[in-house]
Design a protein around this ligand. Sequence first.
Ligand code: GRF
Length: 203
Amino acid sequence: ARLGVLVSGSGSNLQALLDACAQEGFPAEVACVLSNVPTAFALERARKAGVPAVVVDHKAFASKTDFEKALLDALRGAGVEWVCLAGFMRLLSADFLGHYAGRVLNIHPSLLPAFPGLHAQRQALERGVKVAGCTVHFVDAGTDTGPIIAQAAVPVLPDDDEKSLSARILTEEHRLYPLAVRLAVTGKVAMDGTRTRVDAQPA
Ligand code: GRF
């Protein structure tokens, strides 16, 4: 399966996907990386891996519709079949998602449905939860609301701050995202409306 990875920042999750795709037998490859932030370090990671990396700067477009059209053009041009959001900080419209229905994944640094949106790790610390984690889910038009594919939990330790908790969660993110991509692209899990369908006998 050909993946398009959308990024805005450091791209450590992109790196985890690149590394997984480099493994023999992994059922996907990264066909292109798109960043809405021209200075994102993720672009360097893509180039180093020999993957086409394109900046689609939302600020350069008059409307969200135009921005998303440019994203779609780039994805289609690279023959992308599945879209992986990896620290991509723009919300995609229902219209955009319709072009990749059931084929857009996101990773979020909380145990959804707890703590959607920005600063999930800070929200977790402020709420005083003792277990935190990360979630890979299918993307719908809401913010971090789509059907869940996989989750991993980590403890919140008494001395944690946002940095230490984020680092512990990020380690799990790097393990979880390739695992979830494998499940999705091989048809073992699929988006079924607001649910995730788990198929014992994938096509
Ligand atoms: C990760 O914590 C991811 O869950 C969140 O943004 C962060 C991106 O980190 N959506 P990176 O760019 O993959 O290093």
